[in-house]
Design a protein around this ligand. Sequence first.
Ligand code: GDP
Ligand code: MG
Length: 715
Amino acid sequence: MGAPKTLKIALAGNPNSGKTSIFNSMTGARQQVGNWPGVTVEKKTGFLTHRGYQIEVVDLPGTYSLTAYSVEERVARAYLLEEKPDVVIHVVDSGNLARNLYLTVQLLELGVDVVVDLNMWDELLASGAEVDQERLATLLGAPVVPTIGHRGEGIDELLEAALKLVEDRETRHRHVPISYGSHVDDVLTELTGLLEENREIGGDYPPRWVAIKLLEGDLEMVKLLEGGSPAADRIREVVARADKHIELATGSDPEKVISEGRYGYIEGALRVAVTEEETDRMELSRRLDSVFTNRFLGYPIFLAFVWLLFQMTFRVGSYPMGWIDSFVGWLSTTLAATLPDSLMSSLIVDGVVGGVGSVIIFLPNIMILFLGIAFLEDTGYMARAAFLMDRVMHALGLHGKSFIPLLMGFGCSVPAIMATRTLESRRDRTLTALLVPLISCSARLPVYLLIGGAFFAERAGTVVFVIYLLGIVAAILVGRLLSRTLFRSAAAPFVMELPPYRLPTGKGLAIHTWERSKIYLKKMGGVILVASVILWFLGAFPQNPALTAAYEAERDALARTGAATSAARIEELESQIAATKIENSYIGRAGKFVEPAIEPLGLTWKMGVSLITGFIAKEVVVSTLGVLYRTGAAEGESRSTLQDALRDPASGISPLAAFAFMVFVLLYTPCIVAVIAVKREAGTGWMWFSVGYQLALAWIVSFGVYQIGTLMGLT
Ligand code: GDP
Ligand code: MG
């Protein structure tokens, strides 16, 4: 049956983990002992045959790590990189899992096929600890085999596991990238991309591994960048920039952050897979964890934090919001007074200042929310919240890690969708990015405040709460539905990194907050500015003076008399002029066009227009309603009048329709920038799917709300 198949197996492990014992048990007498080329480190090679394979086993020097600091490490690493053994058996001292798995993680990062050998199993059992081997194997993405090296127990199973890997029969085998926190992860993605484009630099080393090593300042990898090609210079530049950034943001160097990431990963895996006897001293992190991740206390504490976060966002945020509001009001009054009355001044005052102004007032709230989220992330609490929410998230066909993007969705869908990058599997990333927009973002709040305040008076708070809840319920139901249909494969098992708790640095928080706020500001400077101008244009044109000539003549005549009694009539005429203009503008026509589609939801054509413009951003819904119901833009002092106009029976909006409208606003596409974000993270196909399903969902639920409400006699 052909030539015998040959295999190369390497034994790696910490010193004294029992490698040589395993090696001897495997190879018996057939060994060669020599030195590794160029260094006086013992090289042992042995041979055996097993199930028709001719196997060469190499006992690597004992190492704790795969950096290039010591001779042993350099030898072991060079062998793995250059000789490319078929399988690496990592001999682990089970009694000291946390420290030993540090090497496992690095082997996995290197992309080699690893069998984790839980050696000294007898000692582990004697200590009273229990290991869920299946769980550990699934989490690490590598098979796990217990052995007792010096007695030769478990060797056959070990070989069998190795062959299973070689023959590609190991179902738990997968590549698990470790998350090192957003600062490092982002740079890693960038560097990996650069290395993939410039293969000549990293040779055939795995690009992500080279990227990690470059950040760690690995001398051998840094050498690869010598030679001065433009690509190498570029990469060096990115690394240097990242160094500074990470240092500033976390207060420690990338090497340390990366090693903490690995320990966090291991800590998370062991937390799930190993039950230890309560003998070891509890350090601060452990003690905090026993409270924060406690299965009873954890949830109320978490809810309290979230409640506090929202309180801060709205309470503290209301002060700067007031200042900006007054400033915008002052600016538009001043501009209106100084600019000659013309189309141009209307464009600047109503279009640009009105449009952007009604949105920028929410910037402080959003910055506070981002600051709070950055604080929870940087202290390490967010990881615990994700850990805690794991079970809940399983109901959505996701796991705890997806919880962070969803929580961020309360702030703004855009950074939330971008945060799905930290998830390991493509399936989870896509599914989470599809669900995030259902979580009510802060941009929708102005709509709820406006409509809720207009129609529900004292009950407005409850109504808004119900809307938020509805978004969460929708996310759960859609998540369940999608994970049972389009996303059928099971959620990838994964390790939740539990990094040590730490006091965040002011600079780190500032950077984190600023990076996300920048996105919001960009949205305002770009999309919303353009949208406001377009909106203004569509509302002001086509112009047809003949339609309003009669009203205008009457108004001018009344104004000339200057009688105080005619003031009310003048106001009435003004609004009639505005209404007529709007109805005949492009916007008015668009509204009439969609009217048949939204009539069954109880909505007026003006609401229809605001839903269309709301595709741009949810804040625009408010400014559109402001324009259409003719009370100027939506700044503070005019809001009450806008609310009066909406509540007025003449508006044709019933409270039930108002509620259906809020539901629609909650469920359909949050904004154009979010759509672009979904495209970036999940692809064009999913982008269209996201827009389509949300629109369908919004229509159906609003329809249901309005029709059932009507049947029940609610109005
Ligand atoms: P190496 O330095 O990593 O090659 O480790 P060795 O093979 O020299 O083993 C170190 C010590 O651990 C020796 O005294 C072995 O007898 C002992 N040893 C190896 N495997 C086991 C095991 O599974 N259980 C126990 N209790 N001791 C072991
Ligand atoms: Mg040895």
